[in-house]
Design a protein around this ligand. Structure first.
Ligand code: NAD
Length: 296
């Protein structure tokens, strides 16, 4: 048989959670039309193809598309009809279209709203979203304890924190009891233009914390199409990435595939979360992973 077409993406353990995540994770922010409009058919087609190729991990947030990403993901998971025990859903709290609120009251209400939009009874991971914009001491003393209560109630299974500056992770993990924060989600720090997360991996491993790395394509910078209008990179970085994409293309290589393979190469990262909104993107990103598995 042809291993290339039948192989499924590898599963990797997530810290001490016991969860096994597909090494390619489905970033659902594009389902909130964050990178341009997506039809229901495209959303359902992409998620169905993801399952077929072994992707079992989906990440969203009430912030993406002002709750649209959660709604579309919920509708799509229902339409595809895979049993609940066979997939892992992460969503977030504390960041909304209206602004940030990491109070215990808000995040406790937030999970009920998310579960309703997702049409689920529980999420596997609830993450405090972009904590550098909140007060980190509030995250430690108020938000995470509120999430622990949600864990006891069965609405969430595991607790995570997300954000851009890597110092936020050590700040929080040094101040909470061991085992309270199960997962960190870092983004734009393990890709071909920035691999700063690598230095933090031994620390995270020593704490037993699972690591998810998002935005392997640097939110569109590492694509032939280029980033969306809102992308925060400097004009210099944008044009350097555009030049790199063209350089690869002239040599018959796709920069997105190379970027995926680089991010997937470190097995201390459980899942590389890539935003996808078409069957073609799902297939390309899985091919990057499977081709890499066969090589290694
Ligand atoms: P990304 O680097 O994954 O890039 C996504 C963009 O690349 C989209 O425009 C997508 O359509 C396009 N793309 C995907 N596969 C492609 C391919 N094979 N060829 C060409 N283009 C391709 O950035 P992202 O979507 O921001 O990050 C991925 C996910 O990680 C998000 O959807 C979200 O779930 C999560 N995330 C979380 C945080 C946070 O918690 N703070 C931050 C960033 C990302």
């Amino acid at each position: 048989s042809n291993g290339f077409t039948t192989a499924k993406v590898e599963l990797r353990e997530l810290g001490n959670t016991g969860l096994k995540l597909s090494c390619v994770g489905f970033g659902a922010s594009p389902l909130g039309n964050v990178f341009g409009p997506v039809s229901d058919d495209e959303a359902i087609g992409s998620v169905r193809e993801a399952f077929r190729l072994g992707i079992n991990f989906f990440d969203t947030s009430p912030y993406y598309g002002g709750t649209l990403s959660e709604k579309v993901l919920g509708k799509t998971l229902k339409a595809v009809g895979v049993p609940r025990s066979e997939y892992i859903v992460a969503t977030k709290c504390g960041r909304y279209a209206e602004g940030f609120d990491f109070s215990a009251q808000r995040v406790t209400k937030s999970i009920d709203e998310s579960l309703e939009r997702l049409q689920l009874d529980y999420v596997d991971i609830l993450q405090c979203h972009d904590i550098e914009f909140g007060n980190l001491d509030q995250i430690v003393s108020e938000t995470i304890p509120a999430l622990q209560k949600l864990k006891e109630s069965g609405k969430i299974r595991f607790i995570g924190i997300t954000g851009l500056p890597l110092g936020i992770f050590t700040y929080v993990l040094d101040r909470v009891p061991p085992g309270t924060v199960d997962v960190v989600l870092s983004y734009c720090h393990y890709g071909i233009n920035d691999s700063a997360l690598e230095d933090l991996l031994p620390y995270l491993k020593s704490k037993g914390v699972g690591v998810i790395s998002a935005s392997p394509l640097a939110m569109g910078l590492l694509t032939e199409r280029g980033p969306p209008e809102w992308h925060p990179a400097s004009p210099e970085l944008k044009s350097a990435c555009q030049a790199a994409a063209m350089y690869c293309k002239e040599r018959g290589k796709n920069i997105s595939k190379l970027a995926m393979q680089y991010s997937l190469s470190n097995k201390d990262i459980s899942s590389v979360l890539v935003g996808m909104n078409s069957i073609k993107q799902v297939e390309e990103n899985v091919a990057a992973a499977v081709g890499f598995q066969l090589q290694s």
